[in-house]
Design a protein around this ligand. Sequence first.
Ligand code: ADP
Ligand code: ADP
Ligand code: ZN
Length: 211
Amino acid sequence: MDSSIVLFGPPGAGKGTQAGRIVQATGKPQVSTGDMLRAAVDEGTELGRTAKGYMEAGELVPDEVIIGLIEERIKLPDASGGLLFDGFPRTVPQAEALQNIAPVSMVIAIHVDDESIVERICGRFTCASCGEVYHDLFRPCKVEGVCDSCGGSEFKRRADDSEETVRTRLTAYHNQTSPLEAWYENQGLLRRIDGNHTIDQVGEAISNLLI
Ligand code: ADP
Ligand code: ADP
Ligand code: ZN
């Protein structure tokens, strides 16, 4: 398996928003554990039933569940050229497990301050057909009610994108996920990006890392 890239940062930092550009530049498919878990919850699978309560509460799903999911994902044929991980790993044990199964060449850490995170998450919505990520103020549809990328007219908001749950998710991030930054820095893999700029400016900064 070729090396993978990790997109790292707090909830709402803009990982999903920037992922498309990295997929285009590198050809590595995006793997979002949040999207995989939400699909499992919608389908009502055993995995979904296990994950649901944690996700609704804004807590992390247990490591062994997530690691099992990734072990299965990297067996698929499209993983041979490496993957773009979005929202994984989120704990040191997850990163250790990843180290044993797939090489990582770069960790792109998007930094955004907590108050902006709350603002970003509370205004987030996505296209129900293609998953394009929007924001009420910062990234509205060009024509209201019509998806820019697929023309769809149905949109979704996540139940866990409420101010109360965001605070719990931020606490989980600071306690369980942010220690990973030092872990990756020690390995020389960490690249920090200031995410407190426009979507295009952050995208430019990320593109410069990929040259
Ligand atoms: P993550 O995948 O890290 O949780 P998203 O990509 O879903 O984050 O972005 C969270 C919200 O913030 C979305 O509504 C998105 O449109 C918006 N957003 C993303 N990047 C920026 C930015 N640089 N400036 C303002 N809003 C942004
Ligand atoms: P965001 O980037 O907005 O936090 P995600 O879609 O990445 O949202 O994750 C949504 C929820 O799914 C998290 O709050 C958590 O409950 C669960 N989750 C996603 N990825 C992981 C992971 N790698 N480890 C543990 N829980 C996860
Ligand atoms: Zn769409």
